[in-house]
Design a protein around this ligand. Structure first.
Ligand code: ACO
Length: 362
């Protein structure tokens, strides 16, 4: 039995493909390297959702429709302040998303994509004792989400969040996507599927642990200290956060897409205290040390390393990172849920019973 289902193929998909040894990610026939540089989240959604709804979609139409959906769900926050203040950010976002009506239609899908983009910044602001900021439907999805956190956010910062959302929009049959597909296979509805995806995503083995990368950078402090700190961490049996991946045996292409976005941001003046230079020094030292210590493994930078750096530079607190991940991945969950529902098969594997059997009467 393969308890992690590592090599089991459990779905056929037209959505995304991971080239583990070549270090490439294909989203509907386009490489991430190409998409992350030029496409907006709305364009990526138009690609991912194409063929799964009756509505004809282009990026401009989706931008308008998503703007309306953000405005539509904002009033839901009015009597949910106490909940937002009390629960961890991702749990509060999940509770608010759970209040949305279930369904399989385009309108439900739009409201689900709008939800983490509206609720996450509002929850962060409520926790800080600030007023939530009303969506501006005329803006792009990423830029508006960031503006609802920080009204002073620049166009370059909005573009960096857009690149992040595109980069994490879909990634094969990862745990949260599989969870979303299982629920979709029962015909429960898109809201139920997205909630299953979010519940799987929040675990630290999936999307719940980009914070430790920042803890590591804080502890290292300056580029010259990287080598000695990393050697000592490995000597004491620790793993280096932001390196290694279950599937990729080459560099995670999402790391490069996000490093590019972090560099563009730094050039636009958003690099606080040389944080990017520190991260690049730590990355270079970590790759050298891991290659020397584990010559038979291919331990490279993964998506979490530059996610942490980018989201921090944009002003999101560490405990909001998982909800921001969901803001991008929810478009992928919805596409997978529609694809699964259309393939028409209930997912129902077997288990092997290894517990006690009833005693036989003599
Ligand atoms: N630092 C040091 N050594 C490592 C690291 C690391 N980051 N990752 C793996 N190794 C070592 C292991 O100790 C093991 O060594 P051994 O063969 O001598 O025992 C070997 O490399 C392979 O380890 P596995 O556990 O088989 O690797 P697996 O592919 O199962 O793990 C994982 C992948 C969990 C991501 C791992 O690399 C890790 O813990 N990385 C650090 C945490 C991290 O960055 N998580 C985010 C992942 S990206 C994402 O999930 C979206």
């Amino acid at each position: 039995m393969n308890s992690g289902l590592d090599d089991v193929v459990a779905a056929e998909t037209t959505l995304s493909d991971i080239d583990a040894s070549g270090g490439a990610l294909i989203i509907r026939g386009r490489s991430l390297d190409e998409l992350a540089g030029i496409a907006s989240y709305e364009e990526t959604l138009a690609l991912l959702w194409s063929g799964f709804f009756d509505e004809t979609l282009d990026a401009a139409g989706l931008r308008r429709a998503l703007g309306r959906a953000r405005a539509e769900i904002f009033p839901q926050l009015a009597n949910r302040r106490a909940l937002a203040a009390r629960l961890p950010i991702v749990d509060a976002a999940r509770a608010l998303i759970a209040e949305l009506a279930d369904g399989d239609d385009f309108h439900t899908a739009l409201r689900l994509v709008a939800a983490p983009a509206v609720f996450t910044p509002a929850i962060v602001r409520i926790k800080r004792g600030q007023e939530p900021i009303r969506p501006d439907p005329s803006r792009g999805h990423a830029a508006d989400a960031l503006r609802m956190l920080r009204p002073d956010a620049s166009a370059e910062e909005g573009a960096a969040l857009d690149t992040y959302l595109v980069t994490v929009s879909d990634h094969g049959l990862n745990a949260s996507t599989f969870a979303a597909r299982i629920v979709a296979s029962t015909r429960a509805g898109l809201t139920s599927s997205a909630l299953a995806g979010l519940s799987a995503l929040k675990g630290p083995l999936h999307g719940g642990a980009p914070g430790p990368v920042l803890d590591m950078l804080d502890a290292i402090g300056r580029p010259e200290a990287a080598e000695a700190w990393l050697e000592a961490a490995l000597d004491s049996g620790e793993r280096l956060m932001g390196f290694g991946h279950r599937v990729y045996r080459a560099r995670d292409p999402r790391a490069d897409a996000l490093k590019g976005a972090a560099r563009r941001l730094a050039r636009a003046g958003s690099d606080r205290d040389g944080r990017l230079a520190l991260a690049e020094a730590v990355e270079a030292a970590a790759l050298r040390i891991l290659a020397r210590r584990k010559p038979n493994r291919s331990l490279k930078t993964n998506v979490e390393f530059y996610t942490a750096l980018l989201l921090e530079a944009l002003g999101f607190p560490r405990d909001a990172f998982t909800a921001i991940f969901a803001m991008g991945r929810i478009g992928g969950w919805i596409a997978h849920a529609r694809e699964q529902a259309q393939s028409g098969r209930l997912i129902r594997p077997q288990s092997r019973y290894v517990g006690p059997r009833p005693e036989r009467a003599a």
